[in-house]
Design a protein around this ligand. Structure first.
Ligand SMILES: Cc1cc2nc3c(=O)[nH]c(=O)nc-3n(C[C@H](O)[C@H](O)[C@H](O)COP(=O)(O)OP(=O)(O)OC[C@H]3O[C@@H](n4cnc5c(N)ncnc54)[C@H](O)[C@@H]3O)c2cc1C
Length: 454
């Protein structure tokens, strides 16, 4: 009998799941409401559009995101190789040309004989097997359906994104290229502050006029509390924590010396596209009003005449109280034919969303059992499905999730490489033992692990 599934949302998780299942011969009906109905952050009708940063984080094996990427390769991710094929220079991070990436995924989906792409909003759960991957900006009617199904367990909050500026409006007389500690190619642009310039910038942030939460709320969500992700906290909120918070955090000058001199603080600009015509203000996600963004970000050295291609803004962001509402196989306790993947299901971050899309697809296709505890994805899975953890916050890849090594290692880099090696070996062994498909894994990161071993 032919197996079939309905997937709601052609974002990162939904596209990954659709491509994996379709390649396994499943008939996939993939619903996407864009472009007829855009979310507050998406700008196109393309599948797998990245809404904020264009970075899928580090590829180094001694980082959690690098390790998760290696796990995804072993598990047969469809989107990761596509991302790599449209990468832009970003040191050890995998940053992509977002337009090229989304177009490639969209083309693959449209051309796949087993995928029917339906450009319509879904407002009720369909009959039969379904993957709910409608993301943090799930449309209101579907969110209402979800809340009706779950009772009062659904949480809701806002999030902030950083501005993007035009390269040809930057003052390259003041700005310089350099990667922190000269680790890789000098892909980042750096805006160096003097003491006076830095404090003037912080003062301006503190007095800048912000949008207010209630301006974005609608009837459905009126009573729900206003919160941010910690790593997406608006720059003006960070400045409120202390005048030096930024220069000790996202604007720290360490490793960014110029001609032997350390600036007082440095704001970095990250490439947005292959042609390097646009740059993202790293760490400058904001709730400032647009005219205030113009005034305040132009105080940054080198940005005095800057042209904004996209202003920073705030957005809605929804996720489930996953450990309380999900079964062990990531389906809803109240509707076991509905599986949840992506950010709505309680993970945070692009790669994590791709990872849970793949996971749900493999749960459906092969009944893959709970992954080993030594793996990042195995631990994310546990965090999403083990109840009784107290107030649930979205979870992302981090080494803190992993069990300690049998033999403690003091050297931090060595310890992280050992955690990565242990996890990948456990995953490989697990897939072989369970007679599950295991995919190629030949990458720079893998080579680094091998070198470390020898
Ligand atoms: C504003 C914002 C900025 C973010 N920035 C970052 C970042 O910089 N880095 C990072 O790692 N993570 C970031 N995230 C978190 C997260 O990684 C991304 O949101 C990611 O795209 C989520 O993937 P997803 O597959 O769960 O959902 P999405 O990629 O958002 O896909 C969901 C899809 O479902 C569609 N949809 C919604 N409702 C319906 C419906 N009723 N019917 C049909 N289709 C529907 C949407 O149009 C969308 O295409 C951000 C999140 C937000 C909200």
């Amino acid at each position: 009998m032919m197996k079939s599934v309905t997937i709601i949302g052609a974002g990162l998780a939904g596209s990954e799941a659709a491509l994996y299942l379709a390649d396994k011969g499943w008939a996939v009906q993939l619903f996407e409401m864009r472009p007829a109905k855009l979310t507050p952050a998406h700008q196109s009708g393309l599948a797998a559009e990245l809404v904020c940063s264009n970075s899928l984080k580090s590829t180094l094996p001694d980082t959690p995101s690098g390790m998760l990427k290696e796990e995804l390769r072993l598990l047969g991710s469809k989107l990761l190789p596509i991302a790599e094929s449209c990468s832009v220079p970003a040191g050890h991070a995998l940053a992509v040309d977002r337009g090229v990436f989304a177009k490639k995924v969209d083309d693959l989906i449209q051309a796949h004989p087993k995928i029917e792409l339906v450009r319509e909003e879904v407002t009720k759960f369909p009959p039969g097997l379904c993957i709910l991957s409608s993301g943090p900006l799930t449309s209101d009617p579907l969110a209402a359906e979800l809340q009706n199904t779950l009772g009062s367990n659904q949480l809701y909050f806002f999030d902030a994104i950083a501005p993007i500026v035009a390269a040809d409006s930057l003052d390259m007389g003041r700005i310089y290229r350099k990667d922190r500690y000269d680790k890789g190619e000098p892909d980042y642009l750096n805006c160096p502050f003097t003491r006076e310039e830095y404090y003037a910038f912080v003062d301006a942030l503190l007095s800048g006029e912000q949008y207010q939460a209630h301006e974005f709320e609608n009837e459905f969500f009126r009573n729900i509390k206003f919160q941010y992700y910690e790593n997406c906290t608006p720059v003006e909120e960070l400045a409120r924590r202390g005048k030096d918070t930024l220069r000790h955090g996202v604007m720290r000058p360490m490793g960014l010396e110029r001609e032997g001199k350390k600036p007082f603080a440095v704001l970095q600009l990250r490439t947005e596209n292959r042609d390097q015509t646009a740059f993202n203000l790293v760490g400058c996600q904001t709730m400032l009003r647009q005219f205030e963004q113009k005034r305040i970000f132009r105080l940054i050295p080198g940005l005095e005449q800057v042209e904004f291609l996209r202003y920073g803004s705030i957005h809605r962001n929804s996720y489930l109280n996953a450990p309380e509402v999900l079964n062990g196989n990531l389906s809803l306790k109240t509707s076991p034919q509905v599986f949840v993947a992506g950010q709505l299901g309680g993970v945070e971050g692009y790669v994590e969303c791709i990872a849970t899309g793949l996971l749900v697809a493999r749960i459906l296709a092969e009944g893959i059992p709970l992954l080993p505890p030594e793996t990042i994805l195995g631990q994310l899975w546990r965090r999403l499905t083990e109840p009784g953890q107290g107030r649930f916050q979205p979870v992302n890849a981090n080494f803190g999730l992993l069990p300690a090594l049998d033999m403690p290692i003091k050297d931090k880099k060595l310890k992280k490489l050992s955690l990565a090696r242990r996890g990948l070996e456990a995953l490989k062994h697990f897939l072989e033992e369970n007679n599950l498909p295991l995919y190629e894994m030949v990458t720079q990161a893998r080579e680094n692990i091998e070198q470390h071993r020898s």
